[in-house]
Design a protein around this ligand. Structure first.
Ligand SMILES: CC[C@@H](C)C[C@@H](CC)C(C)C
Length: 151
């Protein structure tokens, strides 16, 4: 089997964290309005937005390549402001046997942080680690922050 691993980053943000949690837990389709050059669309294919067990479909561009990601919303934890997305179809599964993205809002004393974690299993030992996807998640975070700071 491939190499299993986890990448985790924390991004300190200036806008209120609840905006992030609500966005990724129940309004992921709004992300494409905020950063259309990265995220072109997000539709729900099964169930409904905001419900664990729902399946959502992203169209996005990463490193200039148009990609798709079909994700199972595995968990929405309102108390811990955490959402877990398991990729079940799409470009990422060409390189990874499994790929799960976790986004969590962490209120700290004066500021709020958005924690992104990627749990993965590489298909091939010589394959890349998902650092570009993590960059993408951070860039999307900055776009959302900028959008809400000017609003
Ligand atoms: C790289 C896959 C994208 C579609 C992940 C999205 C969060 C689950 C994106 C909005 C960061």
């Amino acid at each position: 089997m491939g190499i299993k691993g986890k990448l985790e980053v924390e991004v300190d943000i200036k806008c209120h964290g609840d905006i992030f949690h609500e966005l990724f837990s129940s309004k992921p389709h709004h992300v494409s309005n905020i950063t259309p050059s990265k995220i072109h669309g997000c539709d729900v294919h099964h169930g409904e937005f905001g419900k664990p067990g729902s399946i959502i479909f992203w169209n996005y561009t990463l490193d200039g390549k148009k990609c798709v990601a079909k994700e199972l919303v595995e968990a929405i934890d309102e108390k811990n402001k955490l959402v877990r997305f398991k990729i079940i179809e799409g470009d990422l599964l060409n390189e990874f046997n499994s790929f799960t993205i976790i986004v969590q809002v962490i209120p700290k004393d004066q500021i709020t942080a958005v924690m992104w974690a990627i749990e993965f299993e590489k298909k091939h030992d010589e394959g890349h680690y998902p650092t570009r996807v993590m960059d993408f998640c951070v860039e999307v975070t900055r776009d959302i922050e900028a959008h809400h700071l000017k609003a």
